[in-house]
Design a binder for this molecule. Structure first.
Ligand SMILES: [Zn+2]
Length: 449
């Protein structure tokens, strides 16, 4: 049902401890008191931190790598135009947050990989259902939204004062082992694909979430390598979020264009297998890619992970009951979960500074050109303190200002880096001089089931 909140139910998370949370990892640039902006070129003298953040936020092309609202729109018939406090996303809040480009996640839950398409509503069917539900919102709100499939579309949205809606597939099993299906999803507008979700598929190993790692191929199979090559040939971004470490390194070996991690944080700041370690961050920088930091409290704070695990140990049965009861109604599930949380011991709020620590760590290890934002809004059940949804994005810009980042650095983090990567992936696809389907591989794996 939910990309990430749902798997929380599957038994908490990693038990290993990370460095203390809430401690700034190193220091970037000057501290706020040093007022570096007072001397930054083009910055009005005497501009306050708040005014500067506001100016930058307005000026920036802001891209968020991952939002699971399509699953809720589809499952609970949610319309973006209707103000909705139970979700992290609606149209008014998207506008208030100043977002330029939002990746709507075409999320295909892992257990659909086991269902026959005709009778069960299989993986590809779920993907195209979510594509249509996304188009529906764009078509119903033409003066606010535009469907974007290129970096130029995102720039155009900014110029026209609209929000670019992009689509990224979550879970490589969505293509049902067929490169024909991969290209068809590209034609429908999908511009990235996480090679796995928490399930290992028939050609790539997943990191899983908790419990034993679902190792099967020790990375990518030859078909998996072909999926990566085909994605890059046609200009679909390869997304390394959710894949196993071995799969990550297999991607790095064969990648010919920059890749993204659409919603992953830094493992050195918060130990979790879904986050990237420092070697991975350096490799991704060498590849020219971008890590878009996940906001989920579980991925950014080990303290939160521990508290959540204790909560699930106590309340797992009640949680499983509501999960079953509302399995086809994501919004009903969110409401029931909030009620259960209100009746049980509260989980700690992770300070916003911890999220900024992840950004800062990636800047230090990979460089300022390789970090972005990948909220995971509406796929997760807990966000940092003060970040209640997509309308809270300006608080991140202010926090970056207060950490002493320069104007151009903040613009890169907010979306500039993603745009560069997207443009490079587009340029690589163009350089192959091939056509989308005519020159495409005819490989597929026929189901063993
Ligand atoms: Zn995810």
């Amino acid at each position: 049902m939910f990309a990430c909140a749902f798997v929380t139910a599957c038994g908490g998370s990693s038990r290993s401890a990370g460095p203390p949370i809430g401690v700034t990892v190193g220091g970037h640039g000057a501290k706020p008191d040093d007022a570096p902006h007072a001397t930054t070129k083009g910055v009005p003298p005497g501009e306050t931190a708040g005014a500067r953040a506001e100016r930058l936020h307005r000026q920036a092309i802001i891209v968020d790598g991952h939002n699971d609202i399509p699953t809720i729109m589809f499952g609970s018939n949610v319309d973006l135009k209707t103000p909705e406090t139970r979700t992290h996303t609606d149209l008014a809040r998207m506008k208030a947050g100043g977002i330029t480009g939002e990746f709507f996640s075409i999320y295909v839950e892992g257990d659909l990989a086991d269902k026959p398409t005709v009778t069960g509503g299989g993986s590809l069917r779920r993907a195209i259902d979510l594509v249509d539900v996304t188009y529906r919102q764009v078509e119903q709100n033409p003066s606010e939204l535009l469907l974007a499939t290129t970096a130029a579309d995102i720039r155009r949205a900014k110029k026209e004062g609209k929000i670019a809606v992009l689509m990224g597939i979550e879970g490589g099993h969505a293509i049902e082992n067929s490169l024909y299906a991969l290209r068809s999803l590209y034609r429908l507008g999908c511009r990235y694909m996480t090679l796995t979700h928490t399930n290992t598929n028939e050609w790539a190993d997943s990191a899983g979430f908790s419990g034993p790692t679902p190792t099967r191929h020790h990375g990518l199979t030859p078909f998996g390598e072909e999926v990566v090559a085909e994605m890059q040939r046609i200009g679909m971004l390869v997304d390394v979020s959710h894949i196993a470490d071995d799969t990550f390194w297999a991607v790095m070996k064969s990648a010919k264009a920059p890749v993204i991690a659409s919603h992953s944080s830094a493992r050195a700041v918060a130990e979790h297998r879904r986050n990237l370690n420092d070697d991975m961050l350096r490799a991704l920088a060498k590849n020219g890619g971008v890590v878009m930091v996940n906001f989920w409290s579980t991925f950014i704070s080990v303290d939160y992970q521990n508290a959540a695990r204790a909560w699930y140990d106590k309340n797992g049965k009640a949680f499983a009951e509501i999960r079953t009861k509302y399995k086809d109604d994501p919004l009903g599930f969110i409401e029931a979960r909030a009620k259960l949380r209100a009746e049980t011991e509260p989980l700690p709020k992770v300070p916003l500074s911890v999220l900024i620590d992840h950004i800062e760590h990636i800047v230090q290890v990979a460089g300022i050109d390789h970090v972005g934002l990948g909220s995971d809004f509406d796929g997760v059940d807990a966000l940092p303190d003060g970040l209640d949804g997509i309308d809270s994005l300006p608080k991140i810009t202010l926090a970056l200002v207060e950490r002493g980042y320069k104007d151009d650095e903040i613009l890169k983090i907010l979306g500039g880096n993603f745009l560069r990567v997207f443009e490079q992936a587009e340029a690589y696809a163009k350089s192959t001089g091939t056509t989308l389907s005519g020159n495409g591989s005819t490989r597929r794996i026929d189901s063993k089931r």
